[in-house]
Write a protein that binds this ligand. Sequence first.
Ligand code: AMP
Length: 134
Amino acid sequence: MASIFSKIAAGEIPSYKVAEDERHYAFLDINPMARGHVLCIPRREVDYIFDLDDEEFAALQLFSKRVAEAMKEALPCKRIGVAVLGMEVPHAHIHLVPLNSEKDMDFRAAKLTLEAEEMEQIASEINRFFQKKC
Ligand code: AMP
């Protein structure tokens, strides 16, 4: 059965799309740690990120780098933090989180609740900068 993230990448489940290419998809985390928290995934469904082959792993990292650059331009933040957990969804993904302080990346902290309109606006702003890089 397809993972929830495969369904998102295929457009079968809605998401706030931030970026995509042939082999990758990036979207806003629905329970963000910070405004503009993004997940980057390979379209090919692999549970554990270190089970991607070397080329796929490198391509996912490079895609995430381009997304992070767009995030940095679109959002007021000092840096983009990077993390991999995979404890909840069995489809490899990289968390990208806009940071102003180390407190912005605390997986145990209460998540933000943002209105759909704000999520759409954040996603479209990141996408605008991502498109400029393509
Ligand atoms: P983990 O697998 O531990 O890296 O966590 C999975 C992440 O996916 C969590 O931060 C969730 O909030 C996020 N998530 C789960 N379902 C969705 C969804 N349908 N859309 C966006 N983000 C999701």
